[in-house]
Design a protein around this ligand. Structure first.
Ligand code: ADE
Length: 236
């Protein structure tokens, strides 16, 4: 793997990046396009950290700016997700091997859910970064699930919708930004990695559990991402 020059670390909400910023050195906050981009270093590695705000449109904007304006040549996403797989419990870590958009629907024209012409239903993440994540998990004796993450502009709090997303995309978890980051990084040829810690199970209790577990799950994800940054800097 080529040594990254600057690593973008992205979340969707303030709670998802605050534990990261707290651990950086030489932090400067830069305002751009109605958002704040925190430049700094972690263990000597240059990083730029930002939260996008919730949803696919803001995530697309932020990922693009991190790459095109701030010169990041690798992107790591840290945050929380709703579980689809029964194997995933609150606080568990899941990495995406691929991401799809569960709310993208031109099936009226005979296409599968999640597909538009010249696009792909599922965009794979960087295999080297996934392998580094597995090594980090092994060293820390943490269990890490790998699977498809489905993204959409919906907070899912409905067992029927959750089951449909799971069955249609073989997805293990769902959230609201990952596939946008995938589209941007894929188009710009930037290696990327999406990590989520489970905050809820996308069912009737989802909004309650999300509020209770957002901070603790975001912290679990952020801690792991910082270990990844260290491992990436060492590996390359
Ligand atoms: N992120 C965390 N939990 C979620 C849910 N239930 N739906 C969408 N995004 C989420």
């Amino acid at each position: 793997m080529d040594k990254p020059n600057r690593i973008a670390i992205m979340g969707a909400m303030p709670e998802e990046i605050e534990p990261l910023i707290a651990k950086l050195d030489n932090v400067t906050a830069n305002l751009y396009a109605n958002n704040t981009y925190y430049e700094g270093t972690y263990q000597g590695q240059d990083v730029v950290v930002a939260y996008s705000k919730i949803g696919k449109v803001f995530a697309t904007l932020t990922a693009t700016i991190l790459i095109e304006k701030f010169g990041c040549d690798m992107l790591l996403f840290s945050g929380v997700a709703g579980a689809i797989s029964d194997d995933l419990k609150i606080g568990d870590l899941v990495i995406a091997d691929g991401l799809c958009q569960h709310d993208l629907d031109i099936t009226a024209f005979g296409h599968p859910f999640g597909y538009v012409p010249e696009g792909e239903v599922c965009i794979p993440t960087d295999v080297n970064l996934r392998n580094i994540a597995k090594e980090v998990a092994k060293a820390k004796e943490l269990s890490l699930k790998e699977g498809i993450i489905a993204t959409g502009d919906q907070f899912v709090a409905d067992p029927d919708r959750k089951t449909w997303i799971g069955e249609t995309f073989q997805a293990d978890a769902l959230e609201m930004e990952g596939a946008s980051v995938a589209v941007v990084c894929h188009a710009l040829n930037i290696p990327f990695f999406i990590l989520r810690a489970i905050s809820d199970s996308a069912d009737m209790d989802a909004s309650f559990n999300f509020d209770v577990f957002l901070e603790s799950s975001a912290q679990i994800s952020a801690d792991f991402i910082l270990s990844m940054v260290e491992a990436i800097a060492e590996a390359s």
